[in-house]
Design a protein around this ligand. Structure first.
Ligand SMILES: CC(C)(COP(=O)(O)OP(=O)(O)OC[C@H]1O[C@@H](n2cnc3c(N)ncnc32)[C@H](O)[C@@H]1OP(=O)(O)O)[C@@H](O)C(=O)NCCC(=O)NCCS
Length: 215
């Protein structure tokens, strides 16, 4: 079985249905639907993390931004379905206020992939692709300070806390702003995939996620 990071420029009906379902389950009240997902794919960029039984994906699926074979312990968790399954997403909006800036609007992986390194691989492949193909030099994002796992994840991947915005998404919905400068020497997808293999073999287990107000 193979995991692909796929750059979507337009979402097919089956992808929209799968992503809507995953958004609702993983992101809860901040999950988005097809009416936001499609413009994000067409005018911004969406990268999906997908499992496929074979080594190839169809042309309608999108452009491959990263690909690697799933190590055994992880394959057992994913299950042996021959069909494509969407297991995570990275969603970017381009900025009109600053050239080279992109906003990471949404980012998540399915519960059983947490702690395996899959999220890190998805992020690195997406960052690398938008740096090379869309001239993005800086990424910013918002995250709830209570979401300790996500904050630690972003820090591990080079994001710094830059400010704290009170009531950013409405009364009581404060958010931490984090940013990362993208360097030309971002590691290639093969190195990211190797990181996934080592971690999943070492950990081989699911780490539980509190999963509160993520976006
Ligand atoms: C955020 C997310 C993508 C990160 O992926 P992940 O596979 O869980 O991340 P990792 O395990 O690689 O890294 C998380 C790190 O935080 C640590 N951690 C876990 N819980 C923590 C907590 N409460 N406080 C601080 N650190 C914590 C982990 O130990 C790990 O560090 P380590 O690699 O040094 O052991 C994933 O958890 C997810 O999809 N969460 C739900 C959606 C979400 O919150 N998205 C972010 C929206 S802004």
């Amino acid at each position: 079985m193979y995991l692909f990071i796929v750059e979507k420029r337009r979402l097919q009906a089956n992808d929209l249905a799968a992503l809507e379902k995953l958004e609702k389950r993983v992101m809860g009240e901040t999950g988005i639907d097809s009416y936001t997902l499609q413009p994000l794919a067409v005018h911004g960029r969406i990268f999906t993390l997908e499992s496929h039984a074979g080594k190839r994906i169809g042309p309608a699926d999108g452009r491959i931004a990263g690909k690697f074979e799933v190590p055994q312990p992880l394959e057992r968790k994913i299950g042996l379905s021959p069909e494509c399954r969407i297991l995570g997403a990275a969603e970017f909006i381009p900025s009109f206020s600053e050239k080279g800036l992109a906003h990471l609007f949404g980012f998540y992986v399915d519960d059983f992939l947490r702690g395996t390194g899959a999220a890190g691989t998805l992020l690195l492949c997406a960052e690398r692709t938008i740096a090379q193909n869309c001239d993005v030099t800086r990424i910013d994002l918002t995250v709830s300070r209570d979401n300790g796992r996500a904050v630690a994840f972003y820090e591990k991947h080079g994001y710094s806390r830059t400010s704290y915005k009170r009531d950013y998404y409405g009364r009581g919905r404060h958010r931490l702003i984090m940013e990362k400068e993208l360097r030309a020497e971002l590691p290639p997808p093969e190195i990211a995939a190797k990181a996934l293999k080592t971690r999943s073999l070492r950990n081989g287990r699911v780490k539980k996620q509190p999963g509160e107000k993520p976006r």
